[in-house]
Design a protein around this ligand. Structure first.
Ligand SMILES: [Cu+2]
Length: 162
């Protein structure tokens, strides 16, 4: 290989890399209607709700969920049984089929912030950063913090034990 072919090889590699990097981001998963609840004094946990919709034609898997307000952001599901006892368990990952929309809500699927770095106050906007497979970059959904209401804690958390 002489210098010229080396240079051409390097140029070709750069072109291929450039094409990969320039591939359009597939913005086919959309997050909307994000909200949360103000935290009680001293509380180290908070909840988050939103709607995720897969507008694309491929299944998308939620790989990672993070937020600057907490180092521990996980997905939970909760339900209330026939005896009125609320239970909650972690959900490892979430898949969205093409066209599928998933609604997070109290007593069902929710985002759980644990070990909060800062209290949530009504009117705050909390960023939730979601990374789906097939996306080069994560995207952010803002959660609008609603006031804490007396009955909310039970509805949001049930008998939540971490
Ligand atoms: Cu939870």
């Amino acid at each position: 290989m002489n210098n010229n072919s080396l240079r051409m090889g390097a140029a070709l590699v750069a072109a291929i890399l450039g094409m990969a990097l320039a591939a359009p981001a597939m913005a086919d998963v959309v997050g909307s209607a994000g909200w949360s609840r103000a935290t009680a004094p001293g509380a180290k946990e908070a909840v988050g709700y939103l709607v995720l919709t897969n507008d694309g034609d491929e299944e998308r898997k939620l790989l990672k969920i993070t937020s600057p307000v907490s180092d521990a952001v996980t997905l939970h599901r909760s339900s209330v049984d026939a005896q009125g006892v609320a239970r909650m368990w972690p959900v490892g990952f979430l898949k969205l089929a093409p066209g599928e929309s998933v609604q997070f809500e109290p007593n069902a699927l929710h985002v759980m912030f644990t070990d909060l770095k800062t209290a949530f106050k009504a009117g705050d906007k909390v960023p939730l950063i979601l990374q789906f497979d097939g996306f080069e970059k994560p995207f952010t959904v803002m959660l609008e913090v609603r006031p804490l209401v007396p009955e909310a804690s039970a509805a949001d958390h049930g008998n939540h034990k971490h």
